[in-house]
Design a protein around this ligand. Structure first.
Ligand SMILES: NC(=O)c1ccc[n+]([C@@H]2O[C@H](COP(=O)([O-])OP(=O)(O)OC[C@H]3O[C@@H](n4cnc5c(N)ncnc54)[C@H](OP(=O)(O)O)[C@@H]3O)[C@@H](O)[C@H]2O)c1
Length: 158
C-alpha cells in the first residue's frame, strides 16, 4: 500500500522556507503516529527537517546528487527507485511525505491520501499540487478543534 500524507492550509500551502508554516502539536503528533510503522519516502529538504526522527524509523530520502548522503536514511535517486527499495521492507506501508515534486509524481501512483486540512491561512512558499482528480472518494473524516485552529483529518481513496 502506498499512501500520501500531507497537511495543507486553506490555500494548499504546505511549507515555508524549508519548515512547516505552522506549529500545531496535534498535526505533528498525528503525522508521527500514523506513519510510525511504515517506510517514509521524502525529499532532501523534508529529510533535513525530519532528521532527528529518522533515527528511529525506516526512511528513504531522495537526492539527485550522487555525492549526497543521509546519515539516518537510505538514499534513492528517483521516486521509482525509492518505491522499489521500500518494497523490499516486507510489506510495510509506504508513506510519501513530500515535498512538492514528490507529491506531484506520487499522486497517480498512491492508493490513499491522508490529508489534514488546517482551517486557517498561513504565509509560505511551497504549495501542494491539485489532487482532486486523483482521489475522488472520502473514506474517513474527523474534525478536531485545537486551542488555536480547527483540523480535519481526511482519508481519501481513488
Ligand atoms: N505540510 C506538510 O504536510 C508538508 C509535507 C512535506 C513537506 N512540507 C514542507 O515542504 C517543504 C519541503 O518540500 P520541497 O518541495 O521544498 O523539498 P523536498 O522535496 O523535500 O526536497 C527537494 C530536494 O529533494 C530531492 N528530490 C526531490 N524530488 C526528487 C526526485 N524525484 N528524485 C530525486 N531527488 C529528488 C532533490 O534533492 P537534490 O537537490 O539533492 O538533488 C530536491 O532538491 C518544507 O517547507 C517542508 O516543511 C510540508
Amino acid at each position: 500500500m502506498i499512501n500520501i500524507i500531507v497537511a495543507c492550509d486553506q490555500n494548499k500551502l504546505i511549507g515555508k522556507n524549508g519548515k512547516l508554516p505552522w506549529d500545531i502539536k496535534e498535526d505533528w503528533d498525528y503525522f508521527l503516529k500514523t506513519t510510525q510503522k511504515g517506510i517514509l519516502i521524502m525529499g532532501r529538504h523534508c529529510y533535513d527537517e525530519f532528521e532527528d526522527h529518522a533515527k528511529n524509523r525506516d526512511v528513504i530520502a531522495l537526492s539527485r546528487n550522487s555525492d549526497h548522503t543521509f546519515p539516518y536514511a537510505h538514499k534513492a535517486s528517483n521516486l521509482a527507485e525509492s518505491l522499489k527499495m521500500a518494497g523490499d521492507f516486507s510489506g510495510k506501508t509506504i508513506w510519501i511525505c513530500g515535498g512538492r515534486g514528490i507529491y506531484e509524481e506520487a499522486l497517480p501512483l498512491a492508493d490513499r491520501m491522508y490529508l489534514t486540512e488546517i482551517n486557517a491561512e498561513y504565509s509560505g512558499n511551497i504549495y501542494f499540487p491539485a489532487w482532486e482528480k486523483h482521489f475522488r472518494k472520502e473514506v474517513f473524516s474527523e474534525s478536531l478543534q485545537t486551542d488555536s485552529v480547527e483540523l480535519t483529518f481526511r482519508i481519501l481513496s481513488k
